[in-house]
Design a protein around this ligand. Structure first.
Ligand SMILES: [Zn+2]
Length: 288
């Protein structure tokens, strides 16, 4: 399989509108397309946004996400469905049920994997560990040492999926929680450099045969208070094909050159499940 990959991105607005931003007409879809759907910062928006909330009223909610995911599955077959953190906190569902409602929906919709956002820590790590244990999907965080916490052994630094014969590697990056969550809720978690550890686990995945590496990031789209964001991460590493972002609540698509001069596509889809992102990666079909 050639290493060329062409990334097309469609953002599905609500349940109705699809917009294609980039597309290479020479792509040979038959050689293999990896269809990736992604969400970030759902913030416990189990129901749609309230009807008096202006521009985004009545958008979002897990039933809408389920509907769009199902319709994409109906046309494409298998898809990867990835979450980039902060699916918790923001509505009474989280206050009353501590994240279990969100996980229940994510299980039913069939998420493939998630990374952790800062708000997943809001009820402390014992509660988070309970959420993780009831999840049918892995939690991937590559830049933390959780060995001295209740998350030891249940959060993994990378994950590999066989997608129709293509090996897709996943890494995950979580923002520095030291100033974002109550001190006791992050006790024992050791934040590690995201660039160093993204590279470390990407290299591991590549050495184990990954054809594609996707990073689920909850760092934020760009540098903030001296902490790298997705743009700086992309430029400082190699081997990552796509960075699916979170934490900054922006809808963005950007292509950044990595340190070897190769394209890295970065995208993020707002918040509250108002948007569902779709990234299609075409394997080996480009005619140069
Ligand atoms: Zn966040």
């Amino acid at each position: 399989m050639k290493s060329n990959k062409i990334v097309t991105i469609i953002i599905l607005l609500g349940v109705l509108t699809g917009v294609i931003f980039t597309c290479n007409p020479k792509a040979d879809v038959a050689t293999g397309m990896i269809s990736v759907l992604h969400t970030n910062d759902i913030h416990s928006q189990v129901l749609p946004v309230a009807k008096d909330k202006g521009r985004w009223s009545d958008y979002g909610g897990f039933s809408r996400i389920a509907h769009v995911v199902d319709s994409v599955r109906a046309s494409r077959g298998e898809v990867l469905l990835l979450s980039c953190g902060d699916f918790c906190q923001g509505t009474p569902f989280f206050n009353f049920f501590g994240g279990k409602t969100e996980v229940d929906f994510m299980n039913k919709i069939g998420y493939t994997a998630t990374t952790l956002g800062n708000h997943e820590f809001d009820n402390g790590m014992e509660s988070l560990a309970d959420m993780i244990r009831m999840s049918d999907f892995p939690y991937v965080v590559s830049n933390y040492d959780f060995s001295q916490t209740p998350l030891a052994g249940i959060v993994v630094p990378y994950h590999m999926i066989n997608y129709k014969g293509v090996k897709v590697g996943l890494i995950g990056l979580t923002v520095d929680i030291s100033t974002l969550v109550a001190k006791d809720n992050g006790k024992g978690a050791v934040y590690l450099d995201p660039v160093e550890n993204a590279q470390r686990w990407t290299d591991t995945l590549r050495s184990r045969g990954a054809d594609v590496v996707i990073c689920m990031s909850h760092l934020g789209d760009k540098e903030y208070m001296g902490r790298v964001g997705d743009v700086e991460l992309a430029a400082a590493t190699s081997g990552i094909d796509v960075i699916l972002g979170g934490h900054s609540h922006v809808d963005m698509i950007k292509v950044v050159k990595n340190k070897k001069g190769e394209d890295v596509t970065i995208t993020q889809v707002a918040s509250q499940g108002r948007l569902l992102g779709e990234v299609n990666i075409f394997m080996g079909g480009r005619e140069e």
